[in-house]
Design a protein. Structure first.
Length: 133
C-alpha cells in the first residue's frame, strides 16, 4: 500500500515471474527493466482507495518508458469517494515495440482532483509483460 498525493512511481508489491532467466528485472521502487528487444503486450492495473474521508477524489495513472515520458494512450483514471466501499481499479493493455535492450517501464500515478489522500493497493494491482515477437 502506498499513498498518492503527488505524482509518483507505483510500487506494485508483486513477485517477478518469468519464462526465462534474464528477461526482466524489477527494482525495489517498482521499475521494470525489459532486457530483450521485441514486441510486447504490456498490461497494468492499479486499484485505489481513499484513506480518511468520504470526499470525491480522482486519480490517474500512466505508463512511463525509459524514465522520460508518458507512453501515448496509456493514461487511465480512477474515482474514489466512499471510505468504506470506494475502491476503484483502472487498467490498460498496450502493444509496444521495445527497440533497445534494458528499457525501463514504470507505472506513475497522481491525484487529479479532490483533497483526499488516495492509496494504491499494491497487492491488488498488476504489471504484466508478454513478449509476442
Amino acid at each position: 500500500t502506498q499513498n498518492i498525493t503527488t505524482e509518483t512511481t507505483v510500487d506494485l508489491d508483486q513477485t517477478l515471474t518469468t519464462t526465462g532467466t534474464g528477461d526482466f528485472t524489477v527494482s525495489a521502487s517498482g521499475v521494470v527493466t525489459v532486457v530483450n528487444t521485441g514486441l510486447y503486450v504490456i498490461t497494468y492495473s492499479i486499484s485505489t482507495d481513499v484513506t480518511t474521508d468520504n470526499t470525491r477524489t480522482g486519480t490517474y495513472a500512466y505508463l512511463r518508458q525509459a524514465g522520460s515520458g508518458e507512453v501515448t494512450a496509456s493514461r487511465i483514471y480512477m474515482y474514489n469517494r466512499n471510505l468504506a466501499t470506494g475502491e476503484a481499479t483502472g487498467s490498460k493493455s498496450l502493444l509496444i515495440n521495445v527497440t533497445s535492450g534494458n528499457t525501463t517501464f514504470e507505472v506513475r500515478a497522481g491525484r487529479l482532483t479532490g483533497p483526499e489522500t488516495v492509496r494504491a493497493i499494491g497487492t491488488e494491482s498488476t504489471f504484466t509483460f508478454y513478449n509476442v515477437s
